[in-house]
Each structure stands twice: as C-alpha cells, then as structure tokens.
Design a protein around this ligand. Structure first.
Ligand code: AMX
Length: 440
C-alpha cells in the first residue's frame, strides 16, 4: 500500500472504533426536533448527516478539518516559488485528517500525474456530443464513460468482503481525480479552441498542469488555479453536490457514478452554475446601461430591477452562511495582489458595497452577503478565461477533492444505505388533526 492509503486506513480504523463506542453509549441522544416547515422547506437546518472532511459555521464560513481558509493559505504546502496552497495538500488533509508535509503533497501530486492517462473512448464519448452541448453535460458524460474502469464495480461484481470496500473506493478516487483535469481541459479546447488540444506536462502539479492543458501558462494564473481548486473543494455534507455524491454512493454505486450524480447537481443555477450566472448578470447590466464602469448608484438600481423582475441576484445569499463567504474574501485578496485595476473586478467590489443593504431591505433574504461565486468569474475573465459556460466545470474538478475524500470515509466507516423517511400532505393533515385532538 502507498503511505497516503496506509495513513488513511489507520485513521479510519481508529475513527470507526470511536464511532461504534459513541453510538453504543449515546445512540439515543436527540440532536434536535424536526418541524413541519423544515420537512417542506428543503430540510434546512436538520442535522442528519456525518461528513468528516469539513464543517460550515454560519458566521465564520468553512473549516476543513478544523482549519479556516486563511489558515490553509498559510499552512498548506505550496508549489516552488508560489504562495497559494496546493490542492493536493488539501486533499491529504481532508483524507488523512492531518496537515501534510511538502513531501506528502508532492507524493499525491506524483500519484495523480502517474494515473492521469485518459482512455481514448472517453474522448470519443465527448466527441459524439454536439459541440454546442453545455460543458457541464459533456463533463458528466465523460465521468460516466470513465466508469468503465471502476475497480470498485469490478471487485464488487467479482465478490468482495465489505471490509474491503474502502480499498477500491480509494483506488477509484485517486484515478478519477487524476484524470479530471485532462477531461475538463479537453472539453475546453474542443469547445472554445477549435479542438487544438495540449498534451499534459507530467512535471507540473495538478493545478498548473490543468492550466497548461487549457492553454494558460501565466504563472499568476497557475497560482489562481491552485487557490480556486483549493477553496471550491468542500463545503460540508449537505450541499447538493456533496449530498448527491454521498447519497448515490450509499447504494454502493462506485465513485464514478456517485461523483457524476454530484456533478449533475452542481450544474444547477442555484448551486454551481451561479458562477456563470454572475458574469451573465454583470454583462447584461453593462449592456443595458451601455457602460462598463457603472456607478454604485446605477448598480443599486439594477439590483432593485432584478429583484422586481422576480429574479435572484446571482452570487448573493446562502442556505447556511450568514456573513461574507471567506472564499469570496480569499479571491478578493488574490485580486488585490494581482489585478486590482481590472474593470470587472472593480464592478464586483462595487456590487459588494451596495448589494447587501438592498438585499437585506427585502426582509426575506436570510443572507444578503456574497458567496464564492460572486467573485470567481471576474478573476478568470481577467486572465482571458472568458467562456463563462465553462466555469462550473472548474468548480466540479475542485469539488471532486472533497466529495470523493468523503466517499472514502463513508465506505471506510461502513455507513449504510441512506434512506430518510418521507411523508405526504395527506399524512400531515391527519397528523395535525390527531395531535390537536390529543391536546384538547
Ligand atoms: N437574490 C434574490 N432573492 C434571493 C436571493 C438572492 N441572491 N437569495 C435568496 N433569495 C430569496 C429566495 O429566493 C427566497 O425567496 P422566496 O421566499 O420568494 O422563495 C427568499 O429569499 C428566502 O431565501 P433564503 O432562505 O435566504 O435562501 P435559500 O436558502 O432558500 O437559498 C440560495 C439559498 C443560495 C439558493 C439563494 O440565496 C440564491 O438563490 N442565491 C442566488 C444564486 C447563488 O448565488 N447560488 C450559489 C450558492 C453557492 C453555491 O452553491 N455555489
């Protein structure tokens, strides 16, 4: 076994023992009560999942294994000459639960480089789709095509002891993550660069190689990719992409099938597609005002108009967060260092100054502050990655790190098939009648 795998297995065995004792001794403890409103309204606030890789605090934002984004930027290993964290290091942290050394991160990097070869039939599947197909659809189709090589599916078919599930899920996880940048870059070059593909460079780290295959060799763009692929990786377990991956995985669908489920969820405009929507919304505002540098007053009017039209202001609001997303702040800091005079970035910052007060004044939006998607597109545009339809694919490549590390944990901890109880409105009416009768 490789030492990342060994370290993970050791940690998971310890944790499994601890969880067994917790359930034996405290299994009947109530976490909270569930209200009728919660059942109808997206299960908001119901604590009903265990996800080990990260935890979201409504005011502070995400912590990965206890570390905030500023702490990760400080503590995770960097590429030579770089100052942003290597996502390889974050993956190690989420999987093993310890901050990696430089050597650990480079080991993960080398493993992914070794496993990155994508079989030709996957490219054939992509090529079979009309070029106009949305990049997220192409991405999902390619992930499904990659499933053909699932070690977990084969081992399950051949018959394995359930204690070995984690082993094959780990192997699939490492291979799938290794191949995603090549697949994503292929879709990018096919759709936007006349199919002129760029071969991988096995000497580069995962993010830099991804940037290189998309055709971006600027050192600060590679740094942006390292930051981007780190901060989008995980957001605890209840968000659509993480929950879908976990749920489908609980049926013992292999990591390819499970991750594809997560990605079809990420493709929704209220989740990962919001990053492309933000740029569309800004471009529409520029066009309508015939002005690429609108004043704060003009932006405020445009926000009000959007709300009046019954549309959402993309990039703002969150189901859990109640303050500015630290992932927004990390990108803002990056932009201040590398490209503060960019016009669209200035617009993003001006929106940040006026939008929260307007959204708050509606009285119904629970979080008027920006989320991760409010900033990412403007940064990508600055470096020439202007094709906003592609942005969610970048998000998806990153999200693989968190949701697949979690899937390894799910199988290592022996989590069962997920199956919450649902009810009908008929049942609800009867329940209310009976409880009122009992109370009278
Ligand atoms: N603009 C306009 N209205 C908004 C809004 C926004 N940015 N955010 C919330 N609202 C509205 C909701 O649509 C809802 O309206 P309704 O009562 O008429 O249906 C009301 O405010 C209450 O919603 P909420 O409890 O504050 O939010 P939620 O948990 O239901 O939804 C989210 C969260 C993210 C879907 C929502 O804020 C939204 O649609 N934001 C814009 C899209 C976006 O940026 N998505 C990205 C989220 C991060 C990610 O996953 N990548």
């Amino acid at each position: 076994m490789g030492y990342v795998k060994d370290s993970f297995k050791l940690k998971a065995d310890e944790q499994a023992k601890e969880i067994k004792a917790l359930i034996d001794q405290h299994g009947n403890k109530k976490l909270e009560d569930v209200t009728l409103a919660q059942a109808y309204q997206g299960m908001r606030g119901i604590t009903g999942l265990v996800t080990e890789t990260s935890l979201l605090d409504a005011n502070e934002g995400i912590r990965f294994r206890g570390y905030s984004i500023p702490e990760l930027r400080e503590r995770l290993p960097k590429a030579e000459g770089g100052s942003e964290p290597l996502p390889e290091g974050l993956f190690y942290l989420m999987l093993v639960g310890e901050v990696p050394t430089q050597e650990h991160a480079e080991h993960v990097s080398a493993t992914w480089a070794r496993r990155s070869h994508v079989p030709n039939y996957v490219f054939d599947v992509i090529e079979a789709l009309p070029i106009a197909t949305h990049p997220m659809t192409q991405f999902c189709a390619a992930i499904i095509a990659l499933q053909n090589e699932s070690k977990f599916a084969k081992a399950y078919h051949d018959g394995i002891n359930k204690k070995e599930y984690w082993n094959y899920v780990y192997e699939d996880t490492m291979t799938l993550i290794a191949r995603l940048p090549r697949v994503a870059a292929y879709i990018y070059r096919r759709k936007y660069k006349n199919g002129e593909h760029i071969q991988p460079d096995g000497m580069l780290d995962w993010s830099a190689n991804f940037a290189h295959m998309m055709g971006y060799n600027d050192e600060s763009f590679k740094e942006l990719m390292r930051l981007y692929l780190t901060i989008h990786a995980d957001h605890e377990g209840g968000n659509v992409s993480a929950h879908a991956t976990h749920l489908v995985g609980s049926a013992l669908s292999d990591p390819y099938l499970s991750f594809a489920a997560g990605m079809t969820g990420l493709a929704g405009p209220l989740h990962g597609l919001a990053n492309q929507e933000v740029i569309r919304w800004i471009d529409e505002m520029y066009a309508e005002l015939d002005n690429n540098s609108p004043s704060k007053e003009q932006i405020a009017e445009y926000i009000k108009k959007t709300l009046l039209a019954g549309k959402v202001v993309p990039g703002y609001g969150h189901a859990v967060l109640r303050k500015t997303d630290p992932r927004f702040t990390a990108q803002m800091e990056f932009a201040k260092k590398h490209c503060s005079d960019d016009n669209m970035i200035q617009t993003v910052w001006n929106i940040y100054e006026v939008a929260p007060a307007i959204l708050e004044s509606t009285g119904k939006i629970k979080n008027p502050w920006p989320n991760v998607d409010a900033h990412s597109g403007a940064l990508l545009k600055h470096y020439g990655l202007v094709e906003e339809d592609f942005y969610t694919v970048l998000f998806g490549v990153s999200r693989a790190l968190g949701v697949l590390a979690s899937l390894c944990w799910d199988r290592a901890l022996g989590f069962p098939i997920e199956r919450p109880k649902s009810i009908t409105t008929e049942w609800v009416k009867k329940f209310i009648k009976e409880s009122e009768k009992a109370a009278s």
